[in-house]
Write a protein that binds this ligand. Structure first.
Ligand code: KG4
Ligand code: ZN
Length: 331
């Protein structure tokens, strides 16, 4: 069975073709225009999706060496995300489903992130612990089986990706901030500043990142502009380390308490190499199996949506044309 996946929930327009758990193509256009504004501008995102969607779909079909009539079903993100952005993908999928007379299925974006690792690494390893760590979410789930998810931890304010993005902005780096902070942190001294590893009083598992960003702001306000650029790599490395330590601390606590030693880490921040390196250290220390998706499946992409859709269509599920976008959808 061949499934076309479409993803347009934020600032990536993406299309992918999968055949029986294998990704044949995964084409993404990242809307770089937003870097001029320091963050995603919703109206611009919708307009860019409209401009790009036909191109990514055509290229995904071409690169998979199939023709449009080979497609058996369509999977599309219908939430969570920006309303206008989601509408572009969902309406496109509905139109194609009518024109080709094939089923389509709405996919939860977060479930897509889970699938980026399920298919590749964890198909037969239920239950496992999943950390989804992106620009919009920082959550830890217990995955009992496909469709059976229990929330174990959440952020009470900013997501970890947001902490990277806001920190980068304070440092004068461009959007998205995660890759920028990672880039300038190379060779930086992680112990240059002791940023806090914030805890949440109500739950030892939950995350809070807004205080960390504030402490970076206070630190930067207290030093000369010249010293910021001179010590950029050390400041960025110390800040990055605080985010990563916080993420891994909660994972360590939860794997011990839940007695589950298979772990999936997915979402944009999972592309961070220092994060992967420190996860490796933790897995050695505590005898864990930590899985990361391939790099191109970490940040938003249609491959993960197509894989989730393939599984669901194969299991007999589909959506009908009354399906609406759900900007606040949770898993
Ligand atoms: O999953 P994603 O593409 O979109 C959301 O669903 O939010 O994640 C985007 C987030 C951004 O906050 C970005 O700064 C962060 O992931 N990110 C990274 C890296 N690459 C992307 N954070 C740290 N290091 C990276 N290499
Ligand atoms: Zn995402």
């Amino acid at each position: 069975m061949i499934v076309l996946g479409i993803e347009s929930s934020c600032d990536e327009t993406s299309a992918s073709i999968v055949r029986d758990y294998k990704i044949l193509s995964n084409i993404t256009i990242s809307q770089e225009i937003h870097s001029n504004f320091g963050g995603v501008v919703p109206e611009i995102a919708s307009r860019e999706h409209q401009k790009n969607i036909i191109h990514v779909v055509n290229k995904a079909i071409k690169d998979a060496s199939i023709v449009i009539n080979d497609i058996d079903g369509i999977a599309v993100t219908y939430g969570a995300g920006l309303k206008g952005a989601l509408l572009v993908g969902l309406n496109f999928a509905k139109g194609m489903s009518i024109a080709l007379n094939i089923p389509f299925i709405g996919i939860n974006h977060l479930e897509g992130h889970l699938f980026s690792n399920i298919i590749q690494n964890l198909k037969t390893r239920f239950p496992f612990i999943a950390l989804i760590v992106s620009g919009g979410h920082t959550q830890i789930w217990k995955v009992n089986s496909i469709g059976n998810y229990i929330l174990l931890a959440n952020t009470v304010d900013d997501a970890a990706g947001e902490a990277f993005d806001k920190g980068a902005r304070l440092l004068g780096l461009s959007y998205p901030g995660g890759p920028e902070i990672e880039r300038v942190s190379k060779m930086g001294n992680i112990n240059y500043i002791q940023f806090p590893r914030p805890k949440v009083r109500e739950s030892k598992y939950n995350f809070s990142f807004s205080g960390l960003k504030t402490s970076l702001m206070y630190y930067l306000n207290g030093i000369k502009k010249n010293d910021i650029s001179k010590n950029m790599k050390d400041i960025a490395a110390s800040y990055q380390e605080a985010i990563i330590d916080t993420l891994l601390n909660r994972l360590e606590l939860l794997t011990k308490d839940e007695k589950i030693y298979d772990i999936s880490i997915a979402g944009g921040v999972a592309a961070n190499k220092r994060f992967r390196e420190k996860s490796e250290e933790l897995s050695k220390k505590n005898n864990l199996n930590i899985y990361f998706p391939d790099f191109d499946l970490c940040t938003d992409n249609a491959g993960m949506i197509a894989m989730a859709g393939y599984q669901k269509i194969k299991d007999g599920h589909s959506s009908n044309l009354t399906l609406e976008v759900k900007p606040n959808l949770s898993l």
